[in-house]
Design a protein around this ligand. Structure first.
Ligand code: PMP
Length: 369
């Protein structure tokens, strides 16, 4: 017997704004080909594995002590990487890190949103933005993308001007649709934003658009760029997200961050992974080449494929996307139903995985479109 079984969530004194809501829940299934959570398909190199193991081993000798609360060495490494990647000179004071960029986003809403405040996003976008808003008791303001899933900047500027959100989310490249927005368009939104603009660049390394870190010095009270090691860095299991912003914004986040949130093991492993970045990031080009190949093949099969700057593709149009999702799964290919009518999302995997996906797509093109 399970102690406590028999009561349900409805019997609990739940916060009103959480009633009836669903948790984040991408299926974690044991399937031959897993292309549903935008992970990097390339496993870590032997050299990286050895460096992580050695670094964690050394860190284990300090496990009786709390870790560096400010994660200074890790933030210095991240600043060095992001400076190199974007051409914008950043320092440790501009960087902050947490257990995945989800925690970064949560800390940002805890600091700049919360009860009585609002966050606005352009849907369809990353499903955790409204979920983290609910979790922090922030009012979620639903704005939309155009029918081709691009962001209409005049519309976005009008929405932000009229609704005056405390936080605006702009995801670029956007998950689950794949397109990016340029810094001039972003500037137009930031200009009218009354509060913080979070540019979620989780897939930034897959895009050739300049990073929004270029706007930090121009808008030090407004622009925050959120990034992650989960995608390009092939470090999803390590849980390391980070942001770049003005030092004042990083200071403000200290008011809500839990002390010692990044374990000594996480900090050591992330620093080791960063040391091998040239090697890891070399794999990004291969993923982009595969994305182009898969997009062209889907297009030739008669699918609608949305232009993507990321490591995934949104495609359709299916008569019944949930039913088609199940057919892929029955054939051993797990992709994602992101709730957009007629469309599904596939993460770009290894060439062999993409081939397996395309084989199923070839069959389904005859029946499901
Ligand atoms: N932002 C976007 C747009 C994402 O797609 C994801 C991962 N799916 C994240 C943030 C969070 O990633 P993590 O917490 O692993 O850094």
């Amino acid at each position: 017997v399970v102690p406590g079984l028999g009561v349900t969530i409805d019997d609990l004194p739940l916060r009103e704004n959480l009633r009836g809501k669903s948790p984040y829940g991408a299926p974690q299934l044991k399937v031959a080909v897993v292309l549903n959570t935008n992970e990097n398909p390339h496993p870590p190199s032997e050299a990286l594995i050895a460096d992580v193991a050695d670094s964690v081993r050394a860190a284990a000798a300090e496990l009786h002590r709390y870790p560096d609360r400010d994660a200074v060495a890790l933030r210095a490494d991240l600043a060095e990487y992001l400076t190199e990647a974007t051409g914008v000179q950043l320092t440790t004071e501009n960087l902050w890190a947490a257990n995945g960029s989800n925690e970064i986003l949560q800390q940002l809403l805890q600091t700049f949103a919360g009860p009585g405040r609002s966050a606005l996003g352009f849907v369809p976008s990353y499903s955790m933005h409204p979920i983290i808003s609910d979790g922090t008791d922030t009012t979620w303001l639903h704005a939309v993308r155009a029918s081709d899933f691009s962001l209409d900047v005049d519309y976005a500027v009008a929405e932000v001007t009229n609704r005056r959100p405390d936080v605006v989310f702009v995801t670029s490249p956007n998950n689950p649709t794949g397109g990016s927005i340029g810094n001039d368009e972003l500037r137009a939104i930031v200009e009218v934003a009354p509060g913080i603009v979070i540019v979620d660049e989780a897939y930034g390394e897959f895009s050739d658009q300049p990073s929004a870190v270029e706007l930090i010095d121009e808008y030090p009270t407004k622009v925050v760029v959120s990034r992650t090691m989960s995608k390009a860095f092939a470090f999803a299991g390590g849980r390391l997200g980070y942001l770049a912003a003005s030092p004042a914004i990083v200071d403000a986040l200290q008011l809500v961050r839990l002390p010692y949130h990044l374990s000594v093991l996480t900090q050591a492993a992330a620093r080791a992974a960063l040391r091998h970045r040239d090697d890891t990031l070399a794999g990004v080009a291969a993923i982009i080449a595969e994305r182009k190949r898969v997009a062209a093949e889907l297009d030739a099969l008669g699918y609608r494929v949305i232009d993507s700057d990321a490591n995934f593709l949104l495609f359709g149009r299916f008569r019944d996307a949930p039913a088609t999702w199940q057919r892929y799964l029955d054939d051993g290919v797990l992709i994602r139903d992101v709730g957009i009518a007629g469309h599904l999302r596939v993460t770009i995997g290894l060439a062999t995985e993409n081939d397996a996906f395309l084989d199923v797509s070839r069959t389904l093109a005859a029946t499901d479109l």
